[in-house]
Design a binder for this molecule. Structure first.
Ligand code: BDR
Ligand code: CA
Length: 312
């Protein structure tokens, strides 16, 4: 099987961590490296968390530091530590990873890897899109070298930070608009579908019995599970895993081809991914694939299968 070269851009984060563990076990993917951006937690913690997850997976892959704040922010980036904990990983304790991040910047690495892969590279981004936007701003020929971008972010429907905007897009709307305008097809795995990709408490408990990685997924998500159940959800939403599983197993999902642009100005709507299902009307270019539904049980089974493929 010819494997797809992938760079994984993340703000690790509870669900990013689970998504990374899954991505590393997908047979179709050849993960080349990880690029980190401030988001769920500040950049130094994102780097530390990502390094830890790679050690837990037993792989030795490079991690690159990117942006520590959104493109046009003069202050530090907003975070989501109320969800992901003070350390960004549900306040689980762990040692510093042995391998240090690379010295090359994330956007330079994306470009260098894209050239090496000669048009075959795909990007999976489960974080604010600042690193990707920086890469597109700096390297004008980059869009021609990237086959596809799969993001967890946005929604045609409603938001989770504001009524209009989802966290990853809300954090850096200008960056997101650059990515949607890049000319590379963007597959938007947003809240429309990720809110349907939940795990309930029994399923999480069951995963914990599978192996060390399953136990990690269970423990890292405990706080978020409590929070989600307390807010009337059937379980914890696996936003970032939903995007990773989609990237490899699209047959489990429903999609449509649409036009998407990001609201960067609105008083109430900044960060909204405005989605035109009739793209010949408002947005003449169909620049995106929206993912809007998932077979929840098949998704859950795939998570078990992939986590189970770490040795017991
Ligand atoms: C997204 O925001 C972060 O909290 C999660 O890691 C996910 O990428 C969900 O809105
Ligand atoms: Ca994330």
């Amino acid at each position: 099987m010819e494997r797809i070269p992938v760079i994984f851009d993340c703000d690790t984060g509870i669900d990013d961590a689970i998504a990374i563990l899954l991505a590393l076990k997908i047979p179709a993917f050849d993960i080349k490296g990880f690029t980190c951006v401030a988001g769920n937690t500040p950049l130094p913690k994102v780097l530390r968390n990502t390094g830890h997850v790679l050690e837990l997976a037993g792989v030795d892959l490079p991690v690159y530091a990117g942006a520590d704040k959104p493109l046009f922010a003069d202050a530090t980036a907003p975070t989501a530590e109320h969800v992901h904990g003070k350390n960004g990983l549900g306040d689980l304790e762990f040692d510093d990873p042995k391998r240090a991040p690379e010295s090359m910047k994330a956007w330079d690495y994306i470009y260098e890897e894209a050239k090496r892969q000669n048009g075959a590279l795909e990007l999976i981004a489960t974080a604010p899109l600042t690193n990707l936007a920086m890469a597109f701003l700096k390297y004008k020929e980059l869009p021609k070298l990237i086959r596809r971008i799969v993001i967890m972010g946005g929604a045609a429907s409603y938001g989770n930070v504001t009524p209009a905007a989802e966290f990853n897009i809300y954090t850096d709307p200008e960056a997101a608009e650059i990515v949607f305008n890049s000319g590379v097809p963007v597959h938007m795995v947003g809240l429309d579908v990720t809110l349907k990709a939940w795990f309930n408490a029994e399923e999480s408990e069951k995963l914990s019995a599978v192996n060390e990685q399953g136990m990690f997924c269970h423990l890292v998500g405990r706080g978020e599970m409590r929070y989600s159940l307390g807010h009337g959800f059937p379980g914890m939403c696996l936003h970032d895993p939903c995007a990773v599983i989609y990237a490899a197993y699209p047959e489990l999902y429903k999609t449509d081809t649409v036009g998407v642009h990001v609201e960067t100005l609105g008083k109430y709507t900044r960060g909204k991914t405005v989605t035109d299902f009739l793209s010949d009307k408002q947005f003449p270019v169909k620049n995106a694939v929206i993912v809007y539904d998932v077979d929840r049980e098949a998704f859950r089974d795939k998570v078990f299968e992939l986590i189970g493929s770490y040795s017991a």
